[in-house]
Design a protein around this ligand. Sequence first.
Ligand SMILES: O=P(O)(O)OC[C@H]1O[C@](O)(CO)[C@@H](O)[C@@H]1O
Length: 528
Amino acid sequence: MDWRERPRCDETPEWAALTRLAAAQPDFDVRAAFARDPERFARLSQGAPELFADWSRSRIDAAAEAQLLALARACGLEAHRDALFAGEPVNTTEGRAALHPLLRAPAVGSAIAGWPTPALAPLHRAVLETLERMLAYAEAVRADPDMTDVVNIGIGGSDLGPRMAVQALAAWGAAGPRVHFVSNLDGHELAQTLAGLAPERTLFLVVSKTFTTLETLTNAHSARDWFLAQGGRDVARHFVGITTAVEAARAFGIETTFGFWDWVGGRYSVWSAVGLALAIAIGAEGFRAFLAGAHAMDAHFCTAPLEANLPARLGLLDLWNRDVLGFGSRCVAPYHAGLARLPAYLQQLEMESNGKRVDLRGRALTLPTSPVVWGEPGTNGQHAFFQLLHQGTDVIPVEFLAVARARHGLVGHHAGLVANALAQARALMVGQDDPGGHRHFPGNRPSSFLLLEDLTPRSLGALLALYEHRVFVSGSLWGIDSFDQWGVELGKALARDLTPRLLSGDVTGLDAATAGLIGRLAPFFEKK
Ligand SMILES: O=P(O)(O)OC[C@H]1O[C@](O)(CO)[C@@H](O)[C@@H]1O
C-alpha cells in the first residue's frame, strides 16, 4: 500500500469489527480475564531491546489485540513505518521527512538490513560527521579543568530531552562539569542559575532549531550581557550554538556551531547535537551507547512482525484505551528519581505529536486523539494523586516504570521502591471490598508496566525510541501528521502583540477579559 493512500482507522471495516468486539463485553473485568486465561500474562507482555513490557492488567484481551493488529495492517502501518525510515516526507504539512532514526544509525553494522539505504548515504555521512565533531568537543570540555559549569539554554525539544536524560544518567556523569538547564522566559530561572557561576568557568550552549524562539534568544542575550558585565572576555569560547540556522547563530556572535537538519523535529532531536549537554555529562562513549540503544529499538520496530512488535502493540493499546474505552488521560509513574522529568518529556513527545484535530487531508477527525499525559515519579505520586487513581470517578490508565538494579549503595530502599510500584499496580487491579464505602476500592483499574534491568545510556535510548515509535503508531492509525505543531503558533503571535500593550496599556481591539487583566497589570509595567 502507498503510504499516502492509507485509510484513516475509522474508515475501515476492521474498525467497525473492533467496536463490535468491545460492545460485546461492556463490563470487561481484568480479574475475570486472568481467571479465564492462565496464559494472559504471557500473551499480553513481551521483551524488546533493553526492556520488558507487561500490559496484561489493561482492559484488553488477545482477541481485541488481534483485531487491532488487523486494523493496523488495513491502515498500512508497515508501509507508513517504512516510509518514515526511507526518508519520505511523512511530515506532510511541512513537506519534510522525519528521519530521527538516522541520527542513531551506526557508521557500520546497522541492525536493519539494507538501511540506511544508498539514497540516505549523504545525509548519514553528514550525521556522522557532526556526531564525531560534537563528541570530540564534548570530550574536550570534559577534559578542561577550567570549565566547571555548562548551561544549556533552550526550550521544548531543545531542553526537555537533554534535561531529562542528564538527570536520568547522573550516575554516568561524575567526572564531567556540572550541567544546568535554563528554559523559561521567567528571568528568575536564569538569574538563579547565574548566581552561582563564574563567567570564565562557564560554557553556554544556546540550543534552538530555529534560532528564533523568544525564550531562548531572550535568555541567550541576558546570559551574554551577564557574561560581559562580570568581566568575561571571550564570548566565542564561552558560547556555542546548536541550530539548523547557523547564520542566525553567527549573527548573535557565536563562532562554534553544531548543525542539524529540518527533518529532525524538536521533540525528536535529543539524538542530534541537541544532545550536546548530555554528551558532555556522560561522555562520548555513553552518548554512543545511548544512540545504540535507540538503534536496537529502531531495528526491532522495523523487523519484528506486528504480533511481536512492542511499539506497535503498545501504540495499538493506546488507541484502544483512548478511542474504544474512552480514557482521556494516561498517568506515567516512573519509579526512579532520575526519571523525574520523563513525564514532562513524554508530554511534549505525545501531546505535541498527536494532539491534532484534523487528518492529513485537513478533514476533521471523528475520533479523539492524544490523551493528556501526566505524572510524577513514584513513590511521590502515591502521596499526592494516587487517591484519585484508586477511588476517583475517572478511570485513568497508569504506566508504571521500574528499574531492577539500583546504582546507590543504600540499604533498605530499592526493594521497597520496586515493591511499591508492584503494589500500586496490583491494588489498582484487585481492589478491595468495603460495604461501608469509604474503604472500597473498585479495582479493575488498568495499568501497564515497563521494566528495565538497569538505567543505562543504552536502556534509556531504547526506552525513548520505544515511546517515539509508539506515538507514531497511534498517530499513523488516526491519519494525522505526528511531526508538525501548528497549534503552538497562535499563542506565540498573540504574545508578540500583547507585550508592548503591557507597557503602553493600549487595549484597543482586545477581548474584554484580556483588556481587563491588562488594565490591572499595566501599572506594574509602565516605562520607567
Ligand atoms: O528549538 P526551537 O526552534 O527553539 O524550538 C523549541 C520548541 O518550540 C516548539 O516549536 C514549540 O513551541 C517545539 O516544537 C520546539 O521543540
